[in-house]
Design a protein around this ligand. Structure first.
Ligand code: G16
Length: 550
């Protein structure tokens, strides 16, 4: 019978991708599974199975699989699933992902597959469609084979989109699933992505000129070739005034991916990347390894390094969109909100509520968490401090913006800028290329230099540190505290509180990373001296606990 055939097909193929002895348990973390590329074949095979199940569950709509380890080092890799509208996999399914890749025998894998079929009442004979892509990591090509084996074993129709940025794959998933709608998201091709963004950027820049140039550090990752391709679809330097330089584009040298460069390096080290040759006040930005994050920065007199991170992009975008909403008379109709995580600098949150007078909310780390909260607003700006984020427009917002009859030529200009923004901003997930073009357009509209952008408010001195611990899953946070309080290890939070109370305006929290084998420590206080001291003291508490000292 067909059930028996399916079970045999899974059992016979999964053995070709055995579980690595080195891994006790695979966990679907902040951004899917992520670990050494060499250990992921079994996981990839399982994700092929799950992607097919997910597609069948949502009536054959196309599901995406992205193979990437984003900001991690070159030898790592990872995988995450993309739901039909380009959003991250529904949280409920993460436990199924974990179940399907943790079987210790072919029978256990077959059973996990059957459990999902049963739980969601899925008809295995219905069609399933999956598309996938990978970043530039060397292990990607091999891992694709494992993924395909899982797809083939369960009769899934699939298409390989080769090497793409993560947000490009999210775009393609949504474009595929909306191609027959009244308002398709875009053409179903990589070129369709560039065309959409290129046209939107030209529209956004129609009445303004950039302050040139800008240099983009592509982390020696997939963002480099894709941004180069994007340039072909942008208005010329003469038209827009914008000259874009690209550095750190050595994708053929695997080992330099994210090495001393890229958004994560710049944000966590608070340093310019390798290859930086900017003069004071030159505008630079960095993408991460799969081009879903972006941070800006420049050198001030001194030189003093100045970071314009995700918080700065969120406040810039919220200011700009808020002004346009007012100028187009949408203030009464459209609610604008900003969503951040506890890593947001306190000064940015204060600016959002006190100066912009906007709603501000906090969620747990991971764009998957911010996205859903932002979607409750008509215009929902969400950014993690690390530069991962976007802006969402509700259906009501889009209808209002596109149907409005302008009352004056000036209002028409503002309306056109707002319409362009809705097309320019990737609605599926944070996207470094799209966010880059958005920031460039806003800076041109506001006639802001990097100094003026920085001058919007003053950051509180802060530090983000990382501490390797023997078992990071011991570190659990209290629900609904935006991860700012530990419930375990027992007693540690009290010790942290006692330490933090010693510093003026001190705030410090510890949580386990969901992408790296470490815990993160974030702190801010009134002076950088205090921050350094406080973060070091908290790191010491963790080290003492871990039994390495004391
Ligand atoms: C991923 C997630 C981000 C998250 C980051 C760090 O980024 O997509 O939302 O902020 O990991 O997460 P954690 O602190 O749990 O390690 P990326 O760019 O690596 O995909």
């Amino acid at each position: 019978d067909s059930k028996g055939k399916l079970e045999t097909a899974i059992a016979e193929t999964v053995v070709k991708f055995p579980r690595p002895a080195e891994v006790d348990k695979f966990t679907y973390g902040t951004a899917g599974f992520r670990t050494k590329g060499d250990w992921l074949d079994h996981v990839m095979y399982g994700m092929g199975l799950l992607a097919g199940l997910r597609s069948r569950k949502v009536n054959g709509q196309t599901i995406g699989v992205m193979i990437t380890a984003s900001h991690n080092k070159a030898e790592d890799n990872g995988v995450k699933l993309v739901d039909p509208m380009g959003e991250m996999l529904e949280t409920d399914w993460e436990s199924w992902a974990t179940a399907i890749v943790n079987g210790h025998s072919p029978e256990e894998t077959v059973k996990a597959y059957g459990d999902v079929l049963q739980k969601y009442n899925i008809d295995q004979d219905k069609p399933a469609n999956v598309i996938y892509a990978r970043d530039t990591r060397p292990s990607g090509a091999r891992l694709v084979k494992a993924l395909e084996a899982g797809l083939k074993a369960t009769n899934v129709t699939y298409k390989d989109f080769g090497i793409l940025t993560t947000p490009q794959l999210h775009y393609l998933v949504r474009a595929t699933n909306t191609q027959d709608d009244k308002n398709p998201y875009g053409e179903v091709s990589e070129a369709g992505y560039y065309k959409k963004l290129g046209a939107a950027f030209s529209a956004a820049m129609k009445n303004v000129k950039s302050n040139s140039p800008v240099t983009v550090d592509c982390a020696n990752g997939v963002g480099a070739p894709k941004l180069k391709e994007m340039l072909k679809y942008l208005p010329s330097e003469k038209e827009s005034g914008l000259k874009i330089n690209i550095v750190n584009d050595r994708i053929e040298q695997a080992e330099v991916l994210n090495k001393d460069c890229g958004a994560d390096y710049v944000k966590t080290q608070q340093k310019v990347p390798q290859g930086f040759d900017g003069k004071n006040y030159d505008r630079w930005c960095s993408f991460d390894g799969d081009a879903d994050r972006i941070v800006y920065y420049f050198n001030d007199e001194g030189p003093v390094f100045r970071l314009l991170d995700g918080d700065r992009i969120a406040t810039l975008a919220a200011t700009f969109l808020g002004e346009l909403v007012k100028k187009c008379d949408f203030e009464e109709k459209l609610e604008l909100g900003v969503v951040q995580t506890a890593y947001a600098n306190g000064a940015s949150s204060k600016y959002i509520t006190d100066v912009l007078q906007l709603q501000s909310e906090f969620t747990e780390t991971g764009v998957k968490n911010l996205h859903h909260v932002a979607a409750r607003y008509d215009i929902g700006v969400y950014f993690e401090a690390n530069g991962h984020g976007t802006v969402l427009f509700s259906k009501k917002a889009l209808d209002t913006i596109w149907k409005k009859e302008p009352q004056s030529p000036a209002q028409l200009e503002n309306l056109e800028a707002l319409r362009a923004a809705t097309e320019l901003i990737n609605q599926t997930v944070g996207d470094a290329i799209s966010d880059f073009l958005l920031v460039e357009a806003i800076l041109a509209h506001e006639q802001f230099t990097v100094r003026e952008w920085l001058g919007m408010y003053t950051d509180k001195p802060n530090k983000l540190a990382k501490q390797v611990v023997p078992q990071r899953d011991e570190y659990k946070t209290v629900p609904k505290t935006a991860e700012q309080k530990l419930q375990s290890p027992e007693g540690l939070q009290d010790k942290i509180d006692t330490e933090v109370a010693k510093y003026r305006e001190g705030r410090c929290f510890v949580r386990a990373s969901g992408t790296e084998d470490a815990v993160r420590i974030y702190g801010e206080a009134l002076s950088s001296y205090d921050v350094d001291h406080m973060v070091r003291a908290v790191a010491d508490l963790i080290e003492i606990r871990s039994g390495r000292r004391g």
